[in-house]
Design a protein around this ligand. Structure first.
Ligand code: NAP
Ligand code: MG
Length: 482
């Protein structure tokens, strides 16, 4: 395992102040996992300066060469899957299979953009005059500031860093203070793969302290943020005020519509997976099940039984559902469980803190299902970020789609139906960046555009796939007359 330090200009360094922030295992808070630099604005500025100094040479490095460094880093990560998976579980609390899946995703992303770099496009356009050629060039933006959340602590840094580097940008990554270690491992892999000094940097520390200094730095050209809507809109405004290209991908309140024609077995599997998987701590987690009255009672019985069958516990000990990542997140979930009851919804199961025996010292909560939820209730409107499912009963499909759209968010949405006209209506009308038929709201392949609508996203650029290549490059239109 590599150094738990900032990685700036090719060196592993402490914060200038020497201060560090401790990370404890959310499944057992007696276990100190690691400590990371509590960086200051000066540290952040050093990282931006290093990136800026390295950016020109990296931009003019042949793209296939950049790609081969990414692929080499992918292979370093590939060899460390086991270690990275354990570190991820111990810092963030996912179950082992969930963490292994996420680490695998990061490896795949590095291979994918490593390949892409060998094949970056531009193009020719027809010209409105003879003896003229018009060429469309794609050039790197310069320095990319990447600010990431704790909930996918390696996949999200990977899906920003890899396309930024592949397209010839230098980058400064500021991971979330919670669970930051696996993001640093991406830099360790790049270092081993021979990335030139300064091209990729990581600065650990508090987002509210160093974030604005990074985003607002004159030498930063492009800002990519993933996290909460509250912070994301602020980050976006700051970047746009400086006329920087920016994208912010934020929260969700993702619906699953279950029609009267649905295959209930599939619906139960997928809604449970979407709602309780990764402890409900996914931006794309299913948090509202909007169920037709004809199947409502059976759906409710079965989803409650499923929630109760899940074993909550330490992700390394084989549990189905890991802990919340932090005391704050646990508190927020427990608070919403209370809010829902006060609003008049019925708590069918779960929503209790587990603290006896092996649960002592961990942030565990039992998966919760609410019935009798109305769309205007806070538990149907606000992102909860825990294993809490709100079941809303509707009397026809049209109402189901209306309720699904009755949200400030629009990240991911599912429909469970065997009726073509229902499915097409849903796909036409749903206000959501991702729409799925007979599949959970979570999970998206790495080569397809990812992002939300409404308050889930600034809707500027999508992430992943070719969309990311677009975001990290600027277009130059060249006229040649001869
Ligand atoms: P967050 O609190 O918004 O933090 C995200 C990042 O922003 C962290 O690195 C944070 O640093 C930093 N930050 C905080 N204040 C800042 C400021 N004033 N300026 C610049 N940066 C600042 O989000 P989170 O709690 O880590 O993550 C959970 C949220 O992310 C949920 O809402 C979830 O839906 C969303 N999410 C969205 C997607 C998506 O693709 N749409 C994917 C995953 C998660 P600190 O760690 O120091 O606070
Ligand atoms: Mg936060």
């Amino acid at each position: 395992m590599s150094q738990r330090h900032n990685y700036v200009d090719g060196e592993w360094t402490d914060a200038e102040s020497g201060e560090r922030t401790a990370v404890y295992n959310p499944a057992d808070t007696d276990e100190l996992v690691n400590e990371y630099p509590a960086s200051s604005v000066t540290d952040a500025e050093r990282a931006v300066a290093a990136a800026d100094a390295a950016s020109e040479a990296w931009a003019s490095t042949p793209a296939p060469e950049r790609g081969s460094i990414l692929r080499e880093a992918a292979s370093v990560l590939d060899d460390r899957r086991e270690e990275l998976t354990e570190l991820l579980v111990r810092e963030e609390g996912k179950t082992r299979p969930e963490a292994a899946g996420e680490v695998g995703r990061a490896v795949d992303i590095f291979y994918y953009y490593g390949e892409k770099a060998a094949d970056l496009g531009g193009g020719l356009k027809s010209a409105g005059g003879s003896n003229r050629r018009i060429e469309i060039r794609k050039e790197p933006q310069g320095v990319a500031a990447l600010i990431t959340p704790w909930n996918y602590p390696i996949a999200i840094p990977a899906w920003k860093l890899a396309p930024a580097l592949a397209t010839g940008n230098a980058a400064v990554l500021k991971p979330a203070e919670i669970a930051p270690g696996v993001a640093g491992e991406l830099l360790a892999a790049l270092d081993e793969a021979g990335i030139p000094d300064g091209v990729a940097n990581v600065v650990y520390g508090s987002g509210s302290e160093i974030g604005p200094a990074i985003i607002g730095h004159d030498d930063v050209d492009v800002v990519s943020f993933t996290g909460s809507a509250e912070v994301g809109h602020m980050v976006y405004e700051q970047a746009v005020e400086d006329v920087k290209r920016a994208q912010a991908e934020m929260g969700g309140k993702n619906p699953a519509v279950v029609s009267a024609t649905a295959d209930l077995e599939t619906a139960i599997d997928e809604v449970a997976g979407g709602a309780f998987g990764v402890t409900g701590q996914a931006c794309t987690a299913t948090s509202r099940a909007i169920v037709h009255e004809d199947v409502h009672d059976e759906f409710l019985d079965r989803i409650v039984a499923r929630a109760e069958s899940l074993e909550v516990g330490d992700g390394l000990a084989g549990a189905d559902v890991g802990p919340h990542v932090s005391a704050d997140e646990l508190e927020t979930t427990l608070n919403y469980v209370e809010v829902g009851q006060n609003e008049g919804a019925t708590l069918e199961t779960g929503g209790k803190r587990l603290e006896d025996g092996d649960y002592a010292g961990g942030y565990f909560v039992s998966p919760a299902v609410f019935s009798g939820v109305e769309s205007g209730m806070r538990i149907a409107q606000e992102e909860i970020f825990g294993p809490v499912l709100a079941v809303i009963e509707v009397s026809d499909f049209e109402e189901a789609v209306e309720v699904a759209n009755d949200s400030q968010y629009g990240l991911s949405a599912s429909v469970f139906s065997e009726d073509h006209s229902e499915i097409e209506t849903f796909l036409d009308e749903i206000e959501s960046g991702v729409a799925k038929v007979n599949e959970k709201t979570t999970g998206l392949e790495l080569h397809v555009p990812f992002g939300g609508m409404k308050r889930s996203s600034t809707n500027t650029y999508r992430e992943q796939g070719d969309a990311a290549l677009d975001f990290y490059t600027k277009t130059k239109t060249v006229y040649r007359n001869y």
